[in-house]
Design a protein around this ligand. Sequence first.
Ligand SMILES: *Cc1c(COP(=O)(O)O)cnc(C)c1O
Length: 374
Amino acid sequence: MIPIIDSKRQYAQVGSEVEKEVLEVLRSGSYILGKHNKAFEQEISEFLGVKNAVTLNSGTDALHLALRALDIGEGDEVITVAFTFVATTEAIGIVGAKPVFVDIDPDTFNMDVKQIESKITPKTKAILPVHLYGQPCDMDVIMDIAKRHNLFVIEDACQAIGAEYKGKKVGTFGDIGCFSFYPTKNLGTMGDGGLAVTNSEYLKNRMVALRNHGGAVRYYHDEIGVNSRLDEVQAAILRVKLNYINEWNKKRREHAAFYNELFKDVKDVETPKELDNTYCVYHQYTVKVPNRDEVHKLLQENGVGAMIYYPVPLHLQKVHAHLGFKEGLLPHTEENTKLVLSLPMFAEITEEEQKTVAKTLIECIEKAKNKVSA
Ligand SMILES: *Cc1c(COP(=O)(O)O)cnc(C)c1O
């Protein structure tokens, strides 16, 4: 079986360093928001090129607290996409605001920036682009629209740590950038973890307070916050792994290029495209194939762990049913939901495995065709 991701192989590389650091934390008696959190906030700010970083419990909390820090809530609208993980719109729902969807550009799977302005109303407070699969959104256009209409920008960069748009890291363009350290992310920890980054001192302070029960001074509380502190074990692990993220992202890009090469002459496999002047970090390597569901099933049966991200677009999920979105609202989103298939992608995958994935995929596409026409 070739898995879509194999975290054990990464552990083989970093395990001994991680174990040493974790053991030290366990013996230190300091377990929450201690020296490793402080150091990691500093180190990741430098890595991203942003003034402030706030460690949190998850990427979902980063999105939630970003919205809270910008005072977005009841009666407000946030423009985003439905072709993403549920956490993006869940966070909007948690604060009581309403997601307003634009369709995706089928070439990049990201927000179709040409549609944003038509969705702006007097209630619109922010644009929330998602750098899906590690592919940067068209940030020049998004920032220009935000500036002209006086809107905030919150970037969901949970799948895109280290990705760049015109030489600048994604997550650092908008007012706040959100990251996840869920174990399978490009920079993953060994539990849950998240991060919000901002160049604003004010927004940093708001999020620092919000993550710890809404108060900057212990036992003095200014507003309703949450408990979203990152523990020292996770911060220590992240500090070790941050040293490898450039190498891992580079390898993912090499693997993506090799897949592209393997599928070069295969008509039925549409390979991912990159915008000019971007550095994609291939959280997923996602192709489009005919008879996708059948192909997916056959791949599983033949030892290739492909996945569908995501099978149901968010505007058609039960969680948002009360907002009354109908099928047909987002044609490209709906169509691509039925075509996409993410193939095994992680820094440690071998060329041999990639060749097997490609060969098996091509065979499964043929088999699926015969099955469907039979
Ligand atoms: C993973 C992810 C999140 C949420 O991150 P968690 O740390 O799992 O809460 C949000 N948005 C996107 C696009 C993600 O991939």
